[in-house]
Write a protein that binds this ligand. Structure first.
Ligand SMILES: Nc1ncnc2c1ncn2[C@@H]1O[C@H](COP(=O)(O)OP(=O)(O)O)[C@@H](O)[C@H]1O
Ligand SMILES: [Mg+2]
Length: 140
């Protein structure tokens, strides 16, 4: 596991750029951590780093947003997903291996995450703008 602190949103963006460089195009990046931790902020920079010009926002109502750059990026919000039936209906399993899946609120689908997924847990640090990233599943 790698532990990295970011002091502000710009440092979180830089971390996302670093990780984007290491991706092959079929990874599952699963975020853990509550509201306002920076999951969407991170995803926005990740998509940008992969050459996407699409708007990135929390896919709360759509459940999944798609962005297109160097790879397809499928951005999920699992906040409302509480059963396997719900999860199947999002198309989650069909999207696996067709692009990079980025998942907010992975807490709700932890048992469905595939082997080898990249775990990104974000915790609050000191002050308003420090975040502690605990990352597993990728060598930084
Ligand atoms: N170190 C940081 N990393 C990421 N976001 C930060 C940081 N410090 C402050 N923020 C702010 O926190 C908010 C995170 O929002 P968002 O990315 O939507 O979170 P989430 O998707 O986890 O709910 C943004 O307003 C962002 O500017
Ligand atoms: Mg969000």
């Amino acid at each position: 596991m790698t532990v990295t602190k970011t002091k502000n949103p710009e440092e979180t963006a830089a971390l996302a750029y670093r990780i984007a460089d290491l991706l092959d195009g079929n990874e599952v990046i699963a975020f853990f951590g509550g509201l306002g931790m920076g999951k969407t902020t991170f995803t926005r920079s990740l998509a940008e780093a992969l050459g996407s010009k699409d708007d990135v926002s929390s896919p709360t109502f759509a459940i999944v947003n798609e962005y297109h750059g160097k790879y397809n990026i499928y951005h999920f919000d699992m906040y409302r997903i509480t059963s396997w039936e719900d999860l199947y209906s999002t198309g989650f399993f069909d999207y696996l291996d067709t692009g990079i899946l980025v998942i907010e609120w992975s807490e709700n689908i932890e048992n469905a995450l595939p082997d080898g997924f990249i775990r990104v847990e974000i915790k609050p640090g000191d002050g308003e703008t420090e975040r502690i990233f605990e990352i597993e599943g990728i060598d930084l």
